[in-house]
Design a protein around this ligand. Structure first.
Ligand SMILES: *Cc1c(COP(=O)(O)O)cnc(C)c1O
Length: 435
């Protein structure tokens, strides 16, 4: 079935593109070049197709739709758990941003991740994954999938390319899974090299690009599939849970297959009203990312000057600073997340308390990509699914404060709030800086 606009056919094979052959791509330009849908009455915005089901003019058409002959590429829709026009419109823009042939949006980031894995791995399959992953993904791979499907994962440090190569078992491993910039330790993956190692053994590469939309384009660097938690930067409003799977049209079509498709059969469907809201936010995603990144860079630089232990890929002392510089799309920056290592959970909590309740710098909350700064102590929140040992292995110190840097207010105003909180910490003797 060729349902999504596509010239490709046949089964989905790992990419053979060599990264050096790829030309530089600007995701903002690519989004503008994607098809713009007008509303039913000539509205500048697409109309919301809120229908669950679709009529046909002729009785024979139904059969042709179910046989796969007529699909959304020719404006034939069956039922909104399958393709929906408004969800497909958003998906086209996300595919354009990632430079993939196709994409489809889902009800959450976790459903995008689990559906892709279930689509590409059979019972008893083997995955090699980064040991530094979002807590939910880590739990899915280490607990849920072994129990429910006998799919087992070997976790490795993906910055050690030799270890990755050793962990991949040719003929048994089906996927290499990692995050472009890892949560919460901000390790940047060498996507071209990791893709080369995986592809040499016929293994597909799935990259979670939640932390770096616009900044990194993993598919352009060799990844076969890119997944997103759209709940974060792409939404930007901290008001929606959503996800996306980006990759070849053959993958998206296989995931919608009426007999075998993980999206069609497990049904993590995005509501078209939500898809409409999200589509309205894509045009300013680039602007938002630039400001998130610029402020994170400014804070990280100032924090380092104060003698704080700050982890940020934009700083020259970050182990993958040069790597990120060489992989990133130009002019977006180095990401909007920074981590401050306060060493103990007690100090981390004291600082976050001051920053929220003392100086109104930001909110103590998990998640990221909001216009306000969000802060959480990773060890006791989003990475609490991991054991103490696993956290130590992933480099998550108990006092690690993750900050998703917001962009509202002025930079000067926000920095002075941060300085005041640090000064209060110092007055109470819990902290020493060059401040
Ligand atoms: C939040 C997050 C997810 C899960 O996404 P949901 O939309 O919450 O289901 C997956 N990966 C990363 C890196 C995340 O930050």
């Amino acid at each position: 079935m060729a349902f999504v606009d596509s010239s490709s056919s046949g089964s989905f094979m790992p990419s053979k593109k060599s990264p050096s052959m790829l030309t530089w791509h600007d995701p903002a330009a690519s989004i503008v070049a994607a098809r713009h849908e007008f509303g039913e009455h000539g509205g500048v915005n697409m109309s919301i197709e809120a229908s669950a089901t679709f009529t046909v003019m002729e009785p024979e058409t139904m059969h042709r739709m179910f046989s796969g002959e007529l699909g959304p590429d020719r404006d034939f829709f069956i039922y909104s758990r399958h393709f929906n026009p408004t969800v497909l419109n958003l998906s086209r823009h996300i595919a354009a941003m990632e430079g993939t042939e196709a994409a489809y949006c889902t009800a959450s980031g976790m459903s995008a991740i689990s559906s892709v894995i279930l689509q590409l791995c059979a019972t008893g399959g083997h995955i090699v994954a980064s040991q530094a992953l979002y807590g939910g993904t880590h739990a899915l791979l280490s607990h849920f999938l072994p129990r429910s499907c006998g799919i087992h994962t070997t976790f490795v440090d993906v910055s050690d390319l030799e270890k990755v190569d050793e962990a991949i078992i040719q003929g048994k491993t089906s996927l290499l899974y990692f995050e472009s910039i890892s949560n919460p330790t901000l390790t940047v993956a060498n996507i071209p090299e990791l893709a080369r190692i995986a592809h040499d053994k016929g293994v597909k590469v799935v990259v979670d690009n939640t932390f770096a939309p616009m900044v990194l384009s993993p598919a352009r660097l060799g990844a076969d599939v890119v997944v997103h938690s759209v709940s974060k930067y792409i939404s930007g409003g901290a008001d929606i849970i959503a996800g996306a799977v980006c990759g070849p049209a053959s993958l998206v079509n296989s995931m919608m297959d009426l007999q075998q498709g993980a999206l069609m059969l497990l049904g993590p469907t995005m509501n078209p009203k939500v898809a409409f809201e999200l589509a309205e936010r894509i045009p300013h995603l680039g602007l938002r990312m630039k400001e998130h990144c610029a402020r994170a860079m400014a804070y990280a630089t100032k924090m380092k000057k104060l003698g704080l232990k700050v982890i940020y890929p934009g700083l020259e002392d970050h182990p993958q600073h040069n790597l990120l510089k060489s992989l990133a799309n130009k002019e977006y920056g180095f990401g909007g997340i920074l981590c401050l290592d306060m060493e103990t959970e007690e100090k981390a909590n004291k600082l976050m308390g001051q920053l929220q309740n003392g100086t109104q710098f930001g909110f103590m909350a998990v998640s990221l990509g909001y216009y306000e700064t969000l802060m959480s102590c990773s060890g006791s929140s989003t990475s609490s699914e991991m054991s103490e040992e696993e956290r130590a292995q992933a480099g998550i110190s108990p006092g690690l404060v993750r900050m998703s840097v917001g962009y509202n207010g002025t930079l000067e105003q926000r920095w002075s709030q941060l300085e005041r909180a640090l000064a209060k910490m110092q007055d109470s003797g819990s902290f020493n800086t060059k401040y």
